[in-house]
Design a protein around this ligand. Sequence first.
Ligand SMILES: CC(C)(COP(=O)(O)OP(=O)(O)OC[C@H]1O[C@@H](n2cnc3c(N)ncnc32)[C@H](O)[C@@H]1OP(=O)(O)O)[C@@H](O)C(=O)NCCC(=O)NCCS
Length: 423
Amino acid sequence: MPESITITDNRTGQTLEIPIDNGGISATAWSKLLPGVWFYDPGFMFTASCESSISYLDGEAGILRYRGYPIEQLAERSTYLEVAYLLLFGELPTADQYDAWQHDVTHHTFIHENVRKRFLEGFHYDAHPMGMLVSAVAALSTFYPEAKDITDAASWNKQVLRLIAKMPTLAAAAHRFSVGMPFVYPDNSLDFAANFLSMMWKTAEPRFEADPVLARALDVLFILHADHEQNCSTTALRVVGSSHADPYSAVSAAAAALYGPRHGGANEAVIRMLVEVGSLENVPAFVESVKEGNGRLQGFGHRVYKSYDPRAKIIKETADRVFEVVGKNPLLDIALALEEIALSDEYFTSRRLYPNVDFYSGLIYQAMGFPLEMFPVLFAIPRTVGWLAHWQELLAQDVKISRPRQLYIGADQRDYVTIGQRG
Ligand SMILES: CC(C)(COP(=O)(O)OP(=O)(O)OC[C@H]1O[C@@H](n2cnc3c(N)ncnc32)[C@H](O)[C@@H]1OP(=O)(O)O)[C@@H](O)C(=O)NCCC(=O)NCCS
């Protein structure tokens, strides 16, 4: 039975039937029926901006799937590089495809010496690593000018590979520069996460051996952050990509969107909040003050999830494994107490506020030794694959350039007055 709604245009008395397809109403259908009437939806609260077959998210039921596979199964059994392949190509790789893919990513991890020496080393000594990363990704487009030709499939695939492979190298380089440590070249004998840890932490030892538990924990965090349908940065990517900008520029724009504290910075805000709470006995008073409207419980609530964020559950288990290796983050007990009180408090339950992905991820990153400034960078590394999957999808769909309308609320027409006569 096809679904539809019927509305009456009271200006004309005309009755209109509008079909509902896959839970949505086509704006093209509306525009034909109601020419000149715009939907006013700042923040895209009720607007689907595209069709996508990459991630499925049900916020009511707490479900996240990549290409149909539940995030729980991928986090438990897959690797970040396998998930990257899945997101980009739609299917899990065969053993041969996986070997070739891993080889290709591993052999594109080096960055041009001028990116490091002339570009990254030109930043001020205390530059924020995320600012460095956003700029460095944009700068890559000047090193690979063939990326501008988005119709050349071979070039297109090469740029995707380069971006996924070089992101950890750029991220680690930004960190090393900001703490005055020498750059560490990629080690092609290591897997994706272990290589990143090597580039982050290697000092004088001939070879850096990451703890396998920590490397696996980071890989799981990368899986959990790889895609999340039409969030702010992916939307930015789609808008820029729709103008047919090269992928480096589009990914840089997405990373810039991720830089904002409302998006990629929430896990840092959680750590700052836990430090502010300071001790277990302060927890009840802190929760009361949040309920009275003094700030928010950081890492709680989500625009889409109205139940427990499925990624938060996995992160909590991952945190336990990390703490067994590096020792418990002293802020963990405060986090657990906050969660326990909030989950049994009517204020939070009635508003359906549950821990989100950021509530525990910052605790893990901090326990692993990452400085707070690196948190959004750690998010950008894996999300690059999600951005690129959406970039490929939008080009394959040959979408129109993004160009919303506005509701004008400014002055009516008025005549220019010369400067001396303005009062
Ligand atoms: C994520 C977030 C921005 C979603 O916001 P949203 O969907 O626009 O929800 P709203 O801001 O409309 O909030 C709805 C209600 O819940 C309350 N609320 C939402 N998040 C809250 C939080 N973390 N702590 C306390 N109250 C919160 C709001 O005050 C509001 O209450 P009201 O109805 O009495 O006014 C919001 O939950 C938030 O700010 N969380 C903290 C930051 C965070 O963890 N961000 C990472 C997201 S992955």
